[in-house]
Design a protein around this ligand. Structure first.
Ligand code: NAP
Length: 543
């Protein structure tokens, strides 16, 4: 992997903008603001660019958006020079892509690596942010822009004893970059979300013994991942502008949309044929390119869930085991749908054992492994924690941000998670929260589509303020209330709010419940953002 080629920390302490994060959003934000002539400092805790694709270097990590739409559109040069090797590239290739972009645009000179923001306060008199880092630096900036990611604050599970365990413990989002030799080892994987599934199907081929600690089974969809040749790539490059326009207006920012036909207009045979057709595509289209009723109508949700259960059962040799691997207590698509590539087949191998920990939870680490509430012990050399994230809000609440009158964002969001379009928060002037909660970018989007749209919005907003010689912008309380109310109305009409997962904050004890992602459609969200810009930021206070 590419190593950091410099550490842009020599540029003083006072900036027009400080950007946190050097992943997909942060790199683009730095580029756009620099292009406008702003003095920008980016900060990232990692030792190099990549964000999610830097940290999540666990075995089997892979993008599950199609590569030809998981890219930047703003530069024909970037589009034409980069060559994706397959439909769903692995983490190393995706990380290489972001390094390629950083090199091309010479971004590293303005990024402080190995540095974490530990606090930020709004200075009302100066109309600027004061930002502190764990390196003891204090910076100031007119604009403070978090591009710190919606899945970047790892959740360490609530069972004690880490320090006792004599083996290796690795959270997937903090996996050692040099890897861990798992050959022939006794490996435990805790968690069977999208990440755990990728780990399990990969590690099963290598480990001596693999114990899978499952609390909630998933409806995973088989991934179809063809390699690309020059002709394929040429075809995607030729239609890049068309693809860009398409993804910006679909339900979830992909190059497919929700099916135009209603479930109820088709016969049972026609429905099954349609399901088979989108299943065969081997992508997330089975989820966000399916019948509109799947996520809103209990009866349709159950029929589709049972259809998927049948697919899963057919993959497992032992019918009793199969029943443990199919979900029953939530509806298909209401927990982020994982794509799999051999996950179910792994359970037909002799070296893989499923350990159910819903009724009999993991109690603690011991010196030699993990112990369940029943007293049963599992001896392990390596424990991989695929236990997820404090999603949407975690990256921001861990930064200790204080807005007007010293109000703490962490405290505010510990009571109720509110934002305006996931982009700004009332009471926090000039703070922009790219991938913040209550926008499609929290989870219901091909991330590159939504992040580019949000960065463009932030950039245009800053350009507008500078044009007007204005010092600050923030949403009014009324504007924020209006957005939160609309967000909730859309969310509450879906089945998603009934399922406990990170989507609703249910995976973090005490976190206020609310669907974290806006689910009214990427195209619609874009329109709302565009309308605000066109109106001269109506509903926002500009000073
Ligand atoms: P996740 O979906 O939150 O899954 C965490 C898993 O850990 C769940 O199975 C959870 O069980 C389990 N868990 C948590 N605490 C536990 C405990 N104390 N004991 C036993 N099990 C425990 O997290 P994730 O799999 O990291 O995925 C997060 C998101 O990252 C995905 O939904 C997706 O958006 C993104 N992702 C994307 C890609 C990609 O290719 N683009 C790949 C991987 C992940 P419960 O469900 O019962 O809580």
């Amino acid at each position: 992997m590419t190593q950091a080629k410099g550490n842009g920390a020599g540029a003083g302490t006072d900036f027009d903008a400080v950007v946190v994060g050097a992943g997909v959003a942060g790199l683009y934000q730095l580029h756009k603001l620099r292009e406008m002539g702003l003095k920008v400092q980016s900060i990232d805790a990692a030792s190099d660019v990549g964000g999610t694709w830097y940290w999540n270097c666990y075995p089997g990590a892979r993008v599950d958006s199609q590569s030809y739409i998981y890219q930047y559109w703003f530069s024909d040069e970037l589009v034409n020079e980069w060559n994706w090797s397959e439909r769903f590239p692995g983490q190393p290739e995706t990380e290489r892509y972001l390094n390629f972009v950083a090199d091309k645009l010479d971004l590293r000179k303005d990024i402080r690596f190995n540095t974490r923001v530990t606090g930020a306060e709004w200075d009302e008199a100066a109309a600027r942010w004061t930002i502190r880092t764990d390196k003891g630096d204090t910076l100031t900036a007119q604009f403070f822009i978090s591009c710190a990611g919606m899945l970047s604050a790892p959740k360490v599970p609530p069972f004690p004893g880490h320090e006792k365990f004599k083996g290796i413990i690795a959270h997937t989002a903090r996996y050692p970059r040099e890897g861990i030799d798992l050959k022939g080892k006794r490996v435990g994987v805790v968690g069977t979300g999208a990440t755990g599934i990728q780990v399990i199907q990969t590690v099963a081929k290598e480990a001596g013994e693999l114990k899978v600690f499952q609390r909630t089974p998933q409806y995973a969809v088989p991934m179809r991942n063809p390699k690309y040749n020059d002709a394929d790539r040429a075809q995607f490059k030729a239609k890049a502008h068309e693809l860009e326009n398409l993804v910006n207006h679909t339900f979830a920012g992909f190059d497919f949309d929700v099916l135009p036909e209603s479930w109820y207009d088709l016969t049972p045979e026609q429905r099954r044929a349609k399901l088979e057709e989108i299943w065969a595509d081997g992508s997330l289209s089975f989820w966000v390119g399916s019948f509109p009723e799947v996520l809103t109508d209990e009866k349709v949700g159950e029929e589709v869930s049972e259809w998927v259960r049948e697919k899963i059962r057919a993959r497992i040799d032992d019918p009793e085991l199969a029943e443990k691997l199919v979900p029953y207590h939530y509806s298909f698509g209401t927990y982020r749908v994982p794509l799999e590539n051999g996950f179910y087949d792994a359970f037909n191998q002799d070296n893989v054992e499923l350990v159910e920990v819903k009724e009999n939870p993991i109690e603690c680490f011991t010196e030699t492994g993990l112990k369940l509430a029943s007293g049963e012990e599992y001896e392990l050399d390596v424990v991989i924690l695929a236990t997820g994230f404090d999603a949407g809000t975690g990256a921001l609440t861990r930064m200790d941000i204080h807005g007007r009158n010293g109000v703490s964002l962490t405290e505010e969001w510990s009571k109720d998670i509110r934002s305006t379009l996931g982009l700004q928060v009332s009471g926090f002037p000039n703070l922009f929260t790219v991938a913040g909660p209550l926008a499609p970018s929290t989870a219901f989007c091909n991330m590159t589509t939504c992040l580019q749209q949000q960065v463009d919005w932030v950039t245009d907003c800053i350009a507008y303020l500078r044009d007007k010689h204005a010092k600050s912008i923030e949403p009014t309380v009324e504007k924020q209330d209006e957005w939160v109310e609309h967000h909730d109305e859309v969310a509450n009409a879906t089945l998603l709010v009934r399922t406990n997962s990170w989507y609703t904050g249910a995976n973090i004890e005490g976190k206020p419940r609310r669907l974290l992602s806006y689910i009214g459609g990427v195209g619609h969200y874009r329109q709302v953002c565009d309308d605000i810009k066109a109106s001269g930021y109506q509903g926002f206070s500009i000073a």
